[in-house]
Design a protein around this ligand. Structure first.
Ligand code: CA
Ligand code: CA
Length: 96
């Protein structure tokens, strides 16, 4: 519990506790988003292309048409470069 005890008085007061919770909550959210983005961004170049999206979403039972993929990207592609970058990805996740 040492880590949580920011003012080193040996006790964890309410403010410290709340601060610790908020901090780990944000951290968790952020790392989860990053992990999800990395999963989609197969070649790790910082943006998710149509091909990468297709590769992640398609399975033997589930396929997407060109139009469906294009629409998916269009819905979140704020700078209209045809790819989803990390910021656009975060917006997409927030909107879910
Ligand atoms: Ca990529
Ligand atoms: Ca984009």
């Amino acid at each position: 519990m040492r880590v949580l005890d920011a003012n080193m008085n040996g006790l964890i007061d309410y403010t410290e506790f709340i601060a610790a919770c908020l901090h780990s909550y944000n951290y968790l959210q952020d790392s989860q988003l990053k992990a999800a983005f990395c999963y989609f961004d197969k070649d790790g170049n910082g943006s998710i292309t149509k091909e990468e999206l297709r590769e992640c979403l398609e399975s033997e039972e589930f396929t997407l048409t060109e139009d469906e993929i294009a629409n998916l990207i269009k819905g979140v592609d704020i700078n209209e470069d045809g790819k989803i970058d990390y910021l656009e990805f975060i917006n997409m996740m927030k909107a879910l």
